[in-house]
Design a protein around this ligand. Structure first.
Ligand code: ADP
Ligand code: C5P
Length: 224
């Protein structure tokens, strides 16, 4: 059995940063990070020609069936190949896929991982990174003009046409499913410590159950 942790939130809210901090603290455990970005559909030639009209923030942009199948395989203890998405070519077959082995903790990170109930219900712990829109936009401009080589006008157009409306219509409404809402993302060390503590407790309980299969009965007796 593994512990599934979902980390959702707007683009550039700090999801990856939060995940990296959790992973750093869980260095003595087997932990893997899977990004929802890896499951973007490849664009058709026609879509590629008019890429500025494509909505990458809509739930239909992701291949959730493929994502679910990968999650199921990991749950069954099988290794899976996770594609690496290339933001420059808009393709997921440019780089070699990454082999992910079954682990004790599987962290799934992405803007819309709580949107599809099938994916949402897989999660043992759901976290929403809550960062102000102006901070997200400022980070996005810096990231997309730097790492992705886009110009500022394109970034702002995409933001007002697709990113902001999709945040309001699809991402923000999934906040209600979260068990934990983290304000200020990676700056919130207290929240990250508490999350790591909770994961350790869950993993410890699982180890104890393996050693003492009747532990549930013992716990119930104590509760009475
Ligand atoms: P997401 O995974 O939600 O898109 P990231 O964690 O990748 O967000 O962060 C987006 C950008 O903002 C990155 O360039 C990252 O270095 C930067 N960033 C994230 N958290 C902070 C923070 N607390 N302070 C300053 N910059 C940050
Ligand atoms: O990593 P992050 O959660 O920020 O990734 C999601 C964002 O990536 C979305 O807001 C989407 O607009 C953007 N994206 C993009 N170009 C792509 C694929 C996704 O700008 N080819």
């Amino acid at each position: 059995m593994c512990c599934y942790v979902g980390v959702a939130g707007g683009a550039a809210s700090g999801k990856t940063t939060v995940c990296d901090m959790i992973i750093q603290q869980l260095h003595d455990q087997r932990v893997v990070l899977v990004n929802q970005d890896s499951f973007y559909f490849n664009l058709t030639e026609e879509e590629l020609k008019r890429v500025h009209e494509y909505n990458f923030d809509h739930p239909d942009a992701f291949d959730n069936d493929q994502l679910l199948s990968a999650m199921e395989k990991l749950r069954q203890g099988k290794a899976v190949d996770i594609p690496k998405y290339d933001f420059k070519s808009y393709k997921s077959d440019v780089f070699p896929a990454r082999r992910v082995n079954p682990s004790d903790v599987i962290i799934l990170e992405g803007i819309l991982i709580f949107h599809d109930p099938r994916i949402r219900e897989l999660m043992n712990m759901k976290i929403f990174v809550d960062t102000d829109a102006d901070v997200r936009l400022a980070r996005r401009i810096r990231r997309d003009t730097g790492e992705k080589g886009r110009d500022i006008a394109t970034v702002l157009d995409q933001y007002s046409k697709f990113v902001k409306p999709a945040f309001d219509d699809f991402i923000l409404p999934t906040k209600k499913y979260a068990d934990i809402i983290i304000p200020r993302g990676g700056d919130n060390h207290v929240a990250i410590d508490l999350i790591v503590q909770h994961i350790r407790t869950k993993l410890g309980q699982h180890d104890l159950c393996k050693i003492y299969p009747n532990l549930y009965v013992i716990q119930s007796t104590f509760q009475i």
